[in-house]
Design a protein. Structure first.
Length: 583
């Protein structure tokens, strides 16, 4: 085993370390009364923010407001208890509104609960398979594109309550929704619009003037008092849903059958995929704010159990909530206990203040989500990506448009595929081939000063019977066709053909097969092929694909090949089978 492999093995955490919750780590380090006091203040602050958000997200998702609170209480507690981040706050998130709403329309609330439970199982399996490590490979333009698309859909879904429009059936797809809202615009309720504007002014104004005040809760309380005090004809939680239950439900299994599982499986996969992306993105944001490092696979396992627990208690999907996590950090949280306390405080609010929640106007909750959509749109990042390069613009726009006009999952999949193709194209352009030959030196006289060749290279350039090709960069399937077309153009007048791999960090099977075809071509033309500078990994791949003596000969570097060609050193005995990693 070489030095790099030993270093990787030494620094790689054990399986137990990968899945130890951060709560255990914090308690081992020492946890005192001062830490608990700080966590209590942070947990209370986050609970005040989460109360209106959880109910608003649930209503926007097409379910009753208590479903959002159940998710925040149970799911949020389990995320903090079992998670791999010190500061992650779990609960219902705006990103899920579209998926949950469509799932409710297709399968009803029973189908949503079953899909949430199945998504939890998938996340637990993904975590234990350590797939969380690979979620980070989703291109940045894809995350910006689908986040902006979700923001647009969330805002569009709140127009009905923002304007107080009377619409019996609101279509789900974006364009039909806007058409239906435009046709029903004459039914707009000016009182609801006034309440929504008041809530927005309060939230935005307090954020600028008194950033430490709970602007969301104040806006909810003030507008609810206005509706109650002046008996305004505005829809509220009480008039629409009959209020919020004053008790917490007992756990029960979702309605289960094989046919139902097959029916909701696509939704479950979408829940799991988006939940993984959102939770790990939130954990990364928390790391950036605190300088800590989260355990991605442990976090996925926690998110999985949180979704399973939420479904058992009748709650909707759970994931890491970026805004609530950031609030948790800014208010001085020290450990995951802050997130656990946030869930406890939410439960107390729900049991004690449930009658008061009946007076909350739907227009106010719509205003809260409109601000959430505006903040999550990442407008500056979107504009930067559109201007940065044509490839990034295509990826972010394709993801955005497909998310808005087609489907969230389709947007992510297509965006990821486009991002991968763009990366492959860029990497293939980096891979290059330089030729050194004694022929037509006068044509390259002006370039000789630009080359950084060794003395051995220069001596080969003076020999017309020898040609040297130096490959630089990753040699993989994206560049294999270009490189092999150059290498196959071997003139019959050359007697020795040297291919230098010293600047090739990796080589895949497609590239190895391309070198094998080059070796066969050289053998047919009675040209000796020498491969120099190949690392043990590259050499093993070439040998595995048949690039071995007598088709090709391996030397440590170009200088060794030069000495052999000139007869200064005898040809060494070569292995004809793949060498182990330690060779």
């Amino acid at each position: 085993m070489d030095t790099s492999r030993r270093l990787v093995a030494a620094t790689k955490p054990s399986f137990r370390e990968l899945f130890t919750p951060k709560l255990i780590t914090v308690l081992r380090e020492g946890y005192g009364l001062g830490d608990f006091r700080a966590d209590m203040i942070a947990g209370l602050t986050v609970a005040i923010v989460a109360l209106p958000l959880s109910t608003a997200i649930a209503i926007a998702s097409g379910v009753t407001p208590d479903r959002g609170l159940y998710a925040a209480v149970v799911g949020g507690f389990l995320v903090s208890l079992l998670g791999g981040s010190r500061f992650q706050i779990g609960g219902p998130a705006g990103a899920f509104i579209v998926l949950v709403m469509l799932s409710v329309q297709r399968h009803g609330i029973d189908g949503v609960l079953l899909a949430t439970f199945l998504a939890g199982i998938m996340l637990v399996i993904a975590g234990f398979l350590q797939i969380g490590t690979y979620v980070k490979f989703i291109p940045y333009p894809v995350t910006v594109g689908f986040t902006a698309g979700i923001a647009v859909i969330i805002f569009a879904s709140q127009l009905k309550d923002l304007l107080g429009i009377d619409l019996a059936h609101e279509p789900g797809p974006f364009i039909p929704k806007l058409e239906a809202l435009a046709q029903a615009l004459p039914t707009m309720n000016v009182y609801a619009l006034g309440i929504a504007v008041t809530a927005i002014v309060l939230i935005v104004g307090l954020k600028k003037l008194r950033p430490n005040w709970p602007g969301l809760l104040i806006a909810v309380a003030v507008t609810a008092a206005l509706v109650w005090g002046f008996s305004l004809p505005v829809a509220t939680i009480g008039t629409k849903f009959g209020g919020i239950p004053e008790s917490f439900p007992l756990p029960s299994w979702p309605v289960f059958s094989v046919s139902k599982v097959i029916e909701v499986l696509p939704d479950a996969i979408a829940f799991a995929l988006l939940g993984a992306i959102e939770s790990l993105l939130s954990a990364v944001v928390a790391d950036g704010m605190t300088g800590r490092r989260h355990r991605s696979n442990c976090e996925l396992v926690a998110q999985g159990f949180a979704n399973m627990g939420s479904a058992l208690f009748g709650g909707i999907c759970v994931t890491g909530a970026i805004a609530r996590t950031a609030t948790n950090i800014r208010t001085g949280a020290r450990s995951p206990i802050a997130g656990m306390l946030h869930s406890v405080f939410l439960l107390v609010f729900m049991l004690v203040a449930a009658p008061l929640a009946s007076y909350i106007p739907l227009a106010t909750l719509a205003a809260v989500l409109a601000i959430v959509a505006w903040n999550m749109a990442e407008k500056h990042e979107f504009a930067t990506l559109v201007r940065s390069s044509r490839g990034d613009a295509v990826v972010v726009l394709a993801t955005f448009l497909l998310t808005v006009f087609r489907d969230l999952t389709e947007g992510i999949v297509v965006g990821f595929a486009l991002g991968a193709v763009l990366f492959i194209h860029r990497m293939s352009e980096v891979t290059g081939v330089e030729a050194y030959s004694g022929l037509a030196q006068e044509d390259r006289a002006d370039e000789s000063g630009k080359r950084r060749g060794t003395a051995a290279d220069l001596s080969l350039v003076t020999d017309p019977d020898v040609v040297v090709y130096r490959i630089t960069g990753a040699f993989f399937f994206g560049a294999a066709a270009t490189v092999s077309s150059v290498l196959n153009n071997i003139a019959d007048r050359h007697k020795v053909f040297v291919v230098d791999f010293a600047a090739v960090p990796l080589l895949d099977s497609t590239a190895a097969n391309a070198i094998y075809r080059v070796a066969l071509s050289a053998q047919r033309k009675h040209i000796k092929l020498i491969i120099t500078g190949a690392s043990p990994t590259v050499r093993r791949a070439l040998l595995t694909h048949g690039v071995k003596p007598p088709l090709a000969h391996y030397r440590a570097d170009i200088a060794s090949a030069v000495d052999e060609i000139k007869g200064k050193t005898p040809a060494p005995q070569e292995a004809t089978a793949p060498q182990p990693a330690s060779a």
